[in-house]
Each structure stands twice: as structure tokens, then as C-alpha cells.
Design a protein around this ligand. Structure first.
Ligand SMILES: Cc1cc2nc3c(=O)[nH]c(=O)nc-3n(C[C@H](O)[C@H](O)[C@H](O)COP(=O)(O)OP(=O)(O)OC[C@H]3O[C@@H](n4cnc5c(N)ncnc54)[C@H](O)[C@@H]3O)c2cc1C
Length: 409
């Protein structure tokens, strides 16, 4: 093989994880080729965080991740923390801010993060070959990859091809297929951080409120693994979205019922209603609700859920009506019919089973010259910058191992 076509490392995928891995390798002088199927690198970085890239979360910790093995992510996350990434961001003088809950966003645009990663790759003389189609891949040592641009060879291969979400932005099943060809099991995949869809009686109400949001707390009583999430719930034309519903969607399974506390700021809704009844028996229930929600939301809930109570004053409410209201407001039971799927999902849950990978190096245990990093692995973060933190940390972990076993020029 022509020396020009032999690399120390080939990285498949110029997304968050692949670029972080490549730039770390480039810094020590390793010859790295990144093969990217798309016509541009880092498309998901560009569209992330509503165009402002929520590039990390200063509170990122293992319990922000979902995986069949919750311990797997610990090693990589502890060796490349949010502060390591922030150090790079600061070095590039990229302005950013904490939006809430430790989530760091660019002040200007996601382009700042992508340009920083590409500049670092350029410093390390990394070759990024865009619009690459992999036609044949031999995973014996050394790895040989035939593409539409030619055939390349490498001592090490890093698979950073991401997940299935947003196929238009590069979402692909390539990494999963490759894992299966290597006899590695792949944990069941499904869309995560995705809006929930409803086809029941609530659909019309949600559609009428599309674009409005209220703060709620949501839980999944049947799933003991699922944390409660308290945040905004956004009504959409097809159902429910917003941070709260996106978070719970990663735990929700088909047929499961959500429990939504519609007034999470009130500890005891029954007591609050009773208190109000005593103080203002002539006031209507709708009057009380409008102290908590926008008028449009009050109107829609009354019309769809409690049409008989629209005009009633507190003293006219029967004790069973009273009880039902308190129950519904604090523990509304909702059964989504599904999710919007990969078309709009931010992430793919499941993926390459971590039992085949070293948590320290991300290398395949039986083929230690092949690595899987980023979203293709069965590690999925909560909303809020955790998925990028996993991409940076797992990319860095693989690079450190490659550096330790390679002899840079
Ligand atoms: C709309 C949206 C918003 C998001 N916002 C945030 C956010 O603000 N914060 C956050 O932490 N996370 C966010 N995420 C999630 C985050 O983008 C991903 O978790 C992260 O990009 C995963 O990094 P990755 O490198 O593993 O995969 P990707 O970034 O998806 O990169 C994979 C790359 O591999 C390429 N590829 C695929 N198949 C092949 C192949 N056969 N050959 C060569 N190349 C291939 C793809 O084109 C792509 O460039 C968001 C996701 C979406 C969809």
C-alpha cells in the first residue's frame, strides 16, 4: 500500500466524538484520516441547542446517562470533565453563558464550537475526507477501507458514526451494522429526547394549545429507573414536547402511562383548593386556575377536561368533584400513543453493548485496535449538554489509549 494512504488511525464520522478523538490524536503527531459520509462535518453540532450548541453541562455526572451498564460511562467522564472542554472553549475566547441547570450555550452560534474543533484538527494536520462512501471494510489488522475516493489502510480504527436520529443530518445505522458484523451485540435501539404523540381525546386540546408551555413535573410510575423531571411542558400539534417531555421520553416505553403534576409548585393541591374555598367560596374554579396558568391553557383545560365546572363557584363544587380536581391536577394520567420517532429525536437510545468494550479505552475487548465512541455506544445522556459531554469524553478516552500504544512521528 502507498505510504500516502497508510494512516496511524482512521476515524469514521466527523461528528462531535470523531472530531474530538481526531484532534487529540493530531496533537501528538499521529497520522489521522477522518472519513465523513456527509458533505460537511459536524452537522448535528451546528443544529444543536437551537443553533447555540449546549456544548456541556457543568453538573454532568454518571446519573445523567442511560445505559444497560450505568457504570460504563464513569471512567471516561471522570478523565475528561466539562472543565476540560471549557478550557478549550476559553482558549478560543468563545463567549458562552449558563442558561439554567448547568447547561452551557454559545452566546453567538454553534459555529463557534465546530470551528474550534476544526481549527484544532487543522493544527494536528488531520485529513478530513468529506462525501466518503465506504464500499468495503476489512477489519483484520491492519484495517483496510475501500471508499469512493480510494483505498486506505490504518493500524487503528475508531467508529464514531453516531445514531439514527435525524437521518437528514447524517443519522445512520452504519456503526450498529458494523458492530454486528464483528459479532458484537447491539442493545435495542429507539428514539430518545423526542416529542410524544397522542391520538386520544387529548390530541385536539394539545393542538389548540400548540406553542404554549407550562411548568409540570412528570414521572413514570411503572418504571422505577425513571427519575421525575420538573420543567416546561410544551403543547404541540401532535402532542407534548418541551424539556420535561423530552427527558421522560427517553424512559417511556410503549403502552406506559405518564403521571403529570400540573401544579408542581403547590405541595398539596387538595389543601390549596380547600383553603381557597374557605376564603373565597363565591369565586369560580377557573378564577383559581388562572392564578397559575395562562388564560388560554385555563380555557382549554376547562373545555376539554372539566366542561361542567366552567361556571361553577367553589361552593358549588361537590366533594367528589373537588377530590377529582385535586387528583387530576397533581397526578394527571396520560398515555402517549407513540413518539415522533427518529425524524425529530435528538438521540438514539441503546446501541453497541458496552459489555464488549473497555470502559477505560472504548476499545473492543477482543479486537483492541477497533474503538466505538459517542452515540453509537449504549450510553445516552439526559437533555442539557450531557450527550456532547459523552461524545467529548469517549472520544478523548479512545485517543488517550491510541496515543499510549502508538509511537508518534
Ligand atoms: C436537533 C438536535 C439537537 C441537539 N442538541 C444537543 C445539545 O444542545 N447538546 C447536547 O449535548 N446534545 C445535543 N444533541 C445530541 C448530540 O448532537 C449527539 O449526541 C452528538 O452529536 C453525538 O455525537 P457523535 O459524534 O457520536 O455523532 P454525530 O455527531 O451524529 O456524528 C456522526 C457522524 O458520522 C457520520 N457518519 C454516519 N455514517 C457514516 C458512514 N457510514 N461513514 C462516514 N461517516 C458517517 C455522520 O454524517 C456524522 O457526521 C442534539 C441532537 C439533535 C439531533
Amino acid at each position: 500500500m502507498n505510504q500516502d494512504r497508510h494512516y496511524d488511525v482512521i476515524v469514521l464520522g466527523a461528528g462531535a466524538a470523531g472530531l474530538m478523538c481526531a484532534l487529540t490524536l493530531g496533537q501528538v503527531g499521529l497520522r489521522v484520516l477522518v472519513l465523513e459520509k456527509s458533505n460537511k462535518p459536524g452537522k448535528k453540532i451546528l443544529m444543536s441547542g437551537g443553533g447555540r450548541c449546549n456544548f456541556t453541562n457543568i453538573h454532568s455526572a454518571p446519573d445523567n446517562f442511560i445505559s444497560a451498564n450505568p457504570h460504563f460511562c464513569k471512567s471516561a467522564l471522570s478523565r475528561f470533565t466539562p472543565w476540560h472542554f471549557i478550557e478549550m472553549v476559553n482558549r478560543y475566547n468563545i463567549p458562552y453563558h449558563e442558561k439554567e441547570l448547568g447547561q452551557l450555550f454559545c452566546d453567538r452560534s454553534s459555529k463557534d464550537i465546530l470551528n474550534m474543533l476544526l481549527d484544532e484538527c487543522a493544527d494536528g494536520q488531520i485529513t478530513i475526507q468529506m462525501s466518503s462512501e465506504i464500499l468495503e471494510l476489512s477489519t483484520k489488522e491492519p484495517v483496510v477501507i475501500r471508499t469512493n475516493h480510494g483505498t486506505y489502510q490504518a493500524d487503528r480504527l475508531v467508529v464514531a458514526t453516531g445514531g439514527l436520529s435525524i437521518p437528514k443530518m447524517g443519522g445512520s445505522g452504519f456503526g450498529y451494522d458494523m458492530a454486528e458484523q464483528l459479532d458484537l451485540s447491539v442493545r435495542p435501539k429507539r428514539a430518545g429526547l423526542v416529542p410524544l404523540v397522542f391520538t386520544d381525546i387529548h390530541k385536539a386540546m394539545f393542538a389548540a394549545l400548540s406553542g404554549t408551555s407550562i411548568e409540570v413535573e412528570v414521572s413514570l410510575p411503572q418504571n422505577t429507573q425513571a427519575p421525575n423531571f420538573r420543567h416546561q411542558m410544551l403543547f404541540t400539534h401532535r402532542g407534548l414536547s418541551g424539556p420535561c417531555m423530552l427527558q421522560i421520553s427517553s424512559y417511556w416505553g410503549s403502552g406506559e402511562v405518564l403521571r403529570v403534576n400540573l401544579l408542581p409548585e403547590i405541595d398539596d393541591v387538595f389543601a390549596a383548593l380547600s383553603d381557597f374555598k374557605e376564603k373565597a367560596p363565591q369565586k369560580s374554579f377557573s378564577h383559581w386556575l388562572s392564578q397559575h396558568w395562562p388564560a388560554k391553557v385555563v380555557q382549554m383545560f376547562l373545555e376539554h377536561l372539566w366542561p361542567d365546572l366552567k361556571q361553577k363557584t367553589f361552593q358549588e363544587l361537590s366533594s367528589s368533584e373537588f377530590q377529582e380536581l385535586a387528583e387530576k391536577l397533581s397526578a394527571w394520567q396520560l398515555k402517549p400513543s407513540g413518539t415522533e420517532g427518529y425524524r425529530t429525536a435528538e438521540v438514539t437510545l441503546g446501541g453497541v453493548d458496552t459489555k464488549h468494550l473497555s470502559s477505560k479505552t472504548m476499545a473492543v475487548k477482543d479486537l483492541p485496535y477497533i474503538y466505538f465512541i459517542g452515540e453509537v455506544v449504549d450510553v445516552t445522556g439526559h437533555l442539557g449538554g450531557h450527550n456532547f459531554q459523552w461524545a467529548w469524553a469517549s472520544g478523548y478516552a479512545a485517543a488517550q489509549d491510541i496515543i499510549s500504544v502508538s509511537k508518534p512521528a
